[in-house]
Design a protein around this ligand. Structure first.
Ligand SMILES: *Cc1c(COP(=O)(O)O)cnc(C)c1O
Length: 365
């Protein structure tokens, strides 16, 4: 008997990793982004699998995500993309590499580092080339290089990076090219002093559309998990996540009967419904309710009826031959997270990272 399960298919992860490798020059390093539980999957299982594949680097958003990987025995370099001042001591303790993005965090890091005996501690400098989210400004390059030099006993400039705002949107090509050009200027300036630093700019869609700007390393997340922000890329990738559930119970509604909280659905015909053990507490938000979202039963599309509950959804199976106990596919190879996300105006990233920790994970290898 099945229940709600999120399968993590490691062979598909390996396939996606190898596909990405083929898009890169042989000496370009690959940083696997495993933030947010490896995009809703299982950060440890994913990191261990990719480490065996020979991935060069890992990236996480926050310090505690890096700590979790270290505690699981991951020894590859780990870049923390968004370190917070209160966690810098922990970051150093676990040999994580900070992406320093402002003078405040740079100073806080140096202060924390000087309380230890570390020398030549690897850091990355993050530049804002147009996303306007995190990062030093290009005008600060000279000043920063001199600060790093002044502290050359403590600091090793291991990397320099920026992040693209619209690499998936070719309508914004001119804007992206401006970002590429700003980063090229920054890289050229820094290279005169630090020729060995790793320069890195591209995310998944950057690799697909602006591959000539791969520099020394790329940072890919979503494509490793099987989604490429473009149908032609999606076809080359294999989804790592399969979200399955089961029909708990079947109900028959006569015309005029209502279903679920606030009676949001009222049957306009005799309707057969299936109740499934997955709800908004699992990451299937209320936005999917009332006909917007859907699941797949024996290959047939079954739309959600009424409001999404915390622990359950109800779907329309009037025209589907199915019974209690049958398997239901929510996300998987024939049920793309991208299409389900698009049906409610969001993206694969939000849907998969939102799959809550309540759902049992099962590693398939
Ligand atoms: C999340 C993130 C990535 C990965 O982006 P994908 O589109 O998932 O490949 C890369 N770089 C930074 C700075 C990020 O925050």
């Amino acid at each position: 008997m099945c229940e709600t399960t999120l399968e993590i298919h490691l062979p598909n992860l390996r396939h996606n990793y190898q596909f990405l490798r083929k898009q890169l020059a042989p000496d370009t390093k690959l940083l696997a982004v495993v933030k947010a539980f490896a995009y809703g999957s299982d950060a440890i299982a994913v990191a261990q699998c990719l480490a065996e594949q020979g991935v060069d680097y890992f990236g996480v958003a926050y310090v505690h995500e890096g700590v979790q990987l270290r505690k699981a025995g991951i020894t590859k370099p780990i870049l923390v993309l968004h370190p917070q001042a209160p966690n810098l001591k922990t970051l150093i303790e676990y040999k994580l590499e900070p992406g320093l993005y402002s003078q405040r965090i740079f100073d806080a890091f140096l202060t924390a580092l000087k309380q230890t005996k570390h020398e030549h501690y690897p850091i990355h400098l993050k530049f804002n080339t147009g996303l306007n989210r995190l990062g030093f400004l290009p005008e600060q390059v000279t000043e920063l290089v001199s600060q790093v030099k002044q502290n050359s006993k403590q600091l090793q400039l291991k990397g320099v990076y920026s992040h693209l705002a619209a690499s998936d949107d070719l309508k914004e090509d001119a804007f992206t090219k401006e970002q590429l050009s700003k980063f090229a200027t920054i890289a050229a300036q820094i290279k005169t002093t630090y020729p060995k630093a790793l320069f890195h700019l591209l995310n998944t869609s950057g690799v697909m559309h602006y591959s000539s700007a791969q520099y020394d390393m790329v940072r890919t997340g979503i494509s490793l998990y099987g989604y490429g922000n473009a149908p032609e890329v999606d076809r080359a990738l294999k989804p790592v996540l399969t979200l399955k559930t089961v029909i708990s119970q079947i109900h028959f509604l006569t015309k005029g009967a209502s279903l679920g909280y606030n009676r949001a659905f009222v049957a306009s015909r005799a309707t057969r419904t299936a109740t499934l053990p997955i709800g908004h507490a699992d990451g299937i938000g209320r936005i999917f309710g009332n006909g917007k979202g859907f699941v797949w039963i024996h290959g047939h599309k079954a739309p959600l009826l009424g409001n999404v509950c915390m622990d359950m959804i109800m779907v329309d199976v009037t025209d589907i031959d199915c019974q209690e106990g049958d398997e239901v596919l929510v996300i998987g190879a024939d049920a793309s997270a991208e299409s389900l996300a698009n049906a409610v105006g969001t993206i694969s990233y939000e849907l998969i990272t939102g799959l809550s920790q309540r759902i049992q994970r099962r590693i398939i290898d």
